[in-house]
Design a protein. Structure first.
Length: 248
């Protein structure tokens, strides 16, 4: 399918089925199995026996470029945030199918004692600052379905294991625009997360500051404000039109 996109994108006048078959060295029958749903979804246009790119292809390309811009923009803000708060800074996104938070980008703290986690790490939505934040800002229907079905298995002694406790915390997160998890997912580690919203007001990601709980207790009184400020600036940069109060 990617080969089809690539070949047609390089041919402004489009390609016939025979030309696609020749360029991709693939049987016509196999190509037709892919081409029909692509035409049906308006990713391709079939006219005068030639295939050209459809409107959905351009929307897809725009979304891919936006995602690339988003990652680059947010990483710059993450680095700036770490200069103000030398802890581990994480960008987390939701995987709704797996019902987890994925740490898609991590800048580890330069300090000798630090919270260390690799890119791609996942956490349950119910027990991490980023996960709880992402869960709190999902639409009501999806969040309620999740809460009805989830099994709250403890990861530490402080993991919330009662749905009503979790529901109460999620409501507080929505009201304050901030999520704090103290030793709920990893013993001895504290996370503080704030939401990054897109132009439509939907949550795109969580910006997380994470570090040792002992250091948070001594020095972490400003983690929340720093996370919220950086997340708001990221939201504004990608088109969120709300105010700082609405962001909260």
């Amino acid at each position: 399918m990617l080969g089809i996109f690539d070949a047609i994108a390089k041919s402004p006048d489009g390609l016939s089925l025979a030309e696609l078959s020749s360029r991709l060295k693939s049987p016509k029958s196999s190509l037709l199995t892919l081409l029909r749903p692509m035409v049906g979804g308006n990713y391709l246009i079939h006219s005068n026996n030639r295939y050209t790119l459809g409107n959905e292809s351009f929307i897809l390309a725009t979304n891919i470029l936006s995602a690339r811009k988003f990652s680059s923009l947010v990483r710059g803000l993450m680095m700036e945030l770490q200069r103000s708060c030398p802890e581990t800074i994480v960008l987390a996104v939701i995987d709704r199918a797996a019902q987890t938070a994925i740490y898609s980008d991590v800048i580890e703290s330069p300090q000798l004692v630090r919270y260390s986690v690799p890119n791609g790490t996942s956490r349950p939505l119910y027990t991490s600052a980023a996960g709880q934040l992402l869960l709190a800002f999902q639409d009501d229907k999806w969040r309620d379905q999740y809460l009805r079905r989830v099994k709250l298995s403890p990861l530490t002694a402080r993991t919330l294991t009662k749905v009503e406790q979790l529901r109460k915390k999620l409501n507080a997160i929505r009201q304050t625009g901030l999520s704090v998890s103290v030793s709920e997912a990893v013993e001895g580690a504290t996370g503080v997360a704030a939401p990054i919203f897109g132009s439509d007001g939907a949550i795109l990601a969580a910006l997380l500051i994470a570090g040792p709980t002992d250091r948070y207790n001594r020095e972490g009184e400003n983690w929340g404000e720093l996370a919220k400020d950086a997340a708001f600036r990221a939201s504004r940069a990608i088109g969120f039109a709300g105010t700082a109060q609405e962001h909260d």
